[in-house]
Design a binder for this molecule. Structure first.
Ligand code: 5GP
Ligand code: MG
Length: 174
């Protein structure tokens, strides 16, 4: 199975460093920000972004997690994680929420996340940060902060981890 490395660990570190700075620039600092990592792939990325924000601004921006399995329109077609995987440590009312995920594809997960967030207060604004935008959107959703735009085929799969970003073939497909 061919696998192509598109980001080395250092590339990924530079990209997340830049994204954290862009988040601060866009929002004129860390005040009233909340970062929320989408289970599971977005959680470590949100933590890394919060770490960079802490380094450069000294601020401890709250960091939560969100599992949207119960809000997806294809519930029943895929495995469901425990709801305990959602942990939003503050009321979102009046805050700017940055949703963080590893990969943006059709946009359906983000749509579900917007529904789920509404249970936690009325955010002032919601922004989206993803490490990889692989295209194939099915909804009018676009990221505010992107690590890398990576055109893919539908049947490819992108692996994002601290060890880097790799494109491969989906298992079980020719
Ligand atoms: P969407 O809901 O936009 O179709 O897909 C995005 C969600 O599915 C994200 O939570 C992301 O983690 C996952 N996803 C979709 N495609 C890929 C992929 O190629 N690689 C990885 N790691 N996750 C993906
Ligand atoms: Mg995911």
């Amino acid at each position: 199975v061919p696998r192509t490395t598109v980001m080395e660990p250092d590339d990924l570190r530079r990209a997340t460093w830049r994204m954290a700075h862009e988040i601060l620039e866009r929002n004129r600092g860390p005040e009233d920000l909340v970062l929320i990592g989408m289970q599971k792939g977005g959680v470590w990325i949100a933590e890394r972004l919060v770490g960079v924000v802490r380094e450069v601004s000294g601020a401890d921006v709250p960091c939560g997690t969100l599992d949207v399995a119960f809000y997806r329109d294809d519930i029943g077609l895929r495995p469901v994680l425990s709801e305990e995987a959602t942990d939003i440590p503050v009321d979102l009312t009046g805050r700017t929420v940055v949703l963080v995920d590893d990969v943006l594809f059709t946009g359906r997960t983000v749509r579900a996340a917007l529904n789920a967030l509404a249970d936690h207060g009325r955010a002032r604004a919601v922004q989206l940060a993803v490490v990889v935008d692989r295209g194939h959107r099915e909804l009018p959703i676009r990221p505010d902060f992107v690590g890398k735009n990576l055109p893919t085929r539908r049947d490819e799969v992108v692996d994002v981890s601290p060890a880097g970003v790799v494109i491969g073939e989906q298992d079980g497909r020719p």
